[in-house]
Write a protein that binds this ligand. Structure first.
Ligand SMILES: Cc1cc2nc3c(=O)[nH]c(=O)nc-3n(C[C@H](O)[C@H](O)[C@H](O)COP(=O)(O)O)c2cc1C
Length: 406
């Protein structure tokens, strides 16, 4: 999914040690097929040469208000008019102070006064500088003035100190940029998403599990957050980083997941259950590791609580969406689950292994609706699937009839 396709993005780079990360951010912005333009402060050019940004952006880099040639002298005003969004990364204490005070004494600060689009500021500096009262005060002023602040990470800094002040990874900055350009049609909605697998231990070191990577559920949580929802993610074990601005509860077994879901479901308007939950768990769990013994051994399983069934029984006005991963009889199994569990929509896919299902980047799903409709979606990345699910949920919420050519 190309979120920034044809969007006009201006990257401002100021003179911090993390200026080199600006180049990686620019590469990611270009990968999204955006039109990218770069404005550097004079001090930024001491860290990274403008040529790097020129080559990566495919556009001339603006480094001075008084450049010659073409429309260079009014470039900062033209670019300000055309910008869909601006990101300043890294943002030095100096440029933050200048923006807070309305100072316009170079190309970047003047451009920032002229621009009307959303502006993301990514502070990055030594921890003592970041914690200085004046810097905090300036950042607060920017927040009040409507700038979006991407808080710096904590960790080891280039200057040798450890603390807050490190520029977040470029992919996280890109995520915030995408978020700020996404229409907020989920504003005021509370969405609970489950994702990942479950692990049912039969001794302290072994369990029954499944290969769910959590990618589908995480994509739904991220997309809902981008669209302005308040999102709670209940996640079984995965290797994924929780999406920004999403409260995440991590669980291990189906029982843990059930407890977390039932603790929080009262606060949800929409529940999307993308986790692959084990139906059974070992009846007994050995206290110590089970030693190798007989040629054959027996593991007795007992049924776990059916989270979706219970959610369906206590549905109230909530919208409930389930997933069905099947190896056969996709349509029958999915329709049966939709009715039995009192769902509004079920997202069904055949586990074909290569492009669709567990661990893949893409998914090929069919949606089944309560009114009997079905919608076959082509193979697409999981984020695109997530956005279509969220579109359909809004339609269900609005009581729209789903009349499509299916
Ligand atoms: C090696 C070096 C690293 C620096 N790193 C940072 C930094 O990470 N963050 C910051 O706010 N200032 C940093 N500074 C100080 C800024 O370069 C200085 O405040 C400068 O005036 C910023 O100018 P600008 O905001 O116009 O780019 C650094 C300076 C030097 C010499």
């Amino acid at each position: 999914m190309r979120h920034l396709k044809d969007k006009n993005i201006v990257l401002g780079v100021s003179g911090g040690i993390a200026a080199y990360k600006g180049a990686e951010l620019l590469r990611l912005i270009k990968k999204e097929e955006a039109v990218a333009r770069v404005i550097m402060t004079a001090n930024a050019t001491s860290f990274v040469g403008p040529l790097t940004f020129e080559a990566l952006s495919g556009n001339p880099v603006c480094t001075s208000l008084f450049e010659k040639g073409g429309n260079a002298s009014i470039r900062h005003i033209e670019w300000a008019k055309e910008a869909d969004a601006v990101v300043v990364a890294p943002a030095t204490a100096n440029i933050i102070g200048k923006i807070a005070c309305g100072i316009a004494d170079d190309a970047l600060s003047t451009f920032l006064l002229a621009v009307k689009s959303p502006v993301l500021i990514c502070p990055s500096m030594n921890t003592n500088m970041y914690e200085k009262v004046s810097v905090k005060r300036n950042i607060d002023i920017l927040k009040k003035d409507g700038y979006l602040i991407v808080e710096p990470d904590a960790g080891e800094l280039a200057c040798g100190t450890t603390g807050q002040g490190r520029l977040p990874e470029p992919e996280n900055i890109l995520d915030r940029l995408v978020s700020c350009l996404t229409p907020k049609d989920y504003k005021g909605k509370r969405v609970l998403v489950t994702a990942g697998s479950t692990r049912e231990h039969f001794d302290p070191v072994r369990y029954i599990g499944n290969p769910s990577s959590g990618k589908m559920g995480y994509a739904v949580a991220r997309a809902a957050e981008h669209r302005g929802a308040e999102v709670l993610l209940v996640s079984g074990p995965t290797n994924l980083k929780p999406p920004a601005n999403v409260k995440t509860i991590t669980t291990e077994s189906a029982e843990d997941m059930a407890a977390a879901v039932f603790d929080h479901v009262k606060n949800a308007d929409i529940v999307i259950k993308a986790a692959a939950v084990s139906d059974y768990r070992p009846k007994d769990v050995a206290k110590q590791k089970i030693k190798k013994g007989e040629e054959e051994t027996l593991l007795v399983l007992k049924k776990s609580e059916d989270i979706l069934l219970k959610l369906g029984k206590n549905k109230e006005s909530r919208i409930l969406v389930g997933f069905a991963a099947e190896t056969e009889n996709l349509e029958n199994n999915a329709r049966e689950k939709l009715i039995k569990k009192n769902l509004d929509m079920i997202v069904a896919n055949l586990l074909d292994g290569k492009y669709s299902g567990f661990g893949t980047e893409t998914n090929k799903v069919t949606l089944f609706f309560r009114n009997g409709d079905k919608e076959v979606l082509p193979l697409m990345d999981k984020e695109s699937v997530a956005h279509i699910l969220l579109d359909r949920i809004l339609e269900i919420n609005a009581g729209n009839s789903l009349e499509r050519n299916l």
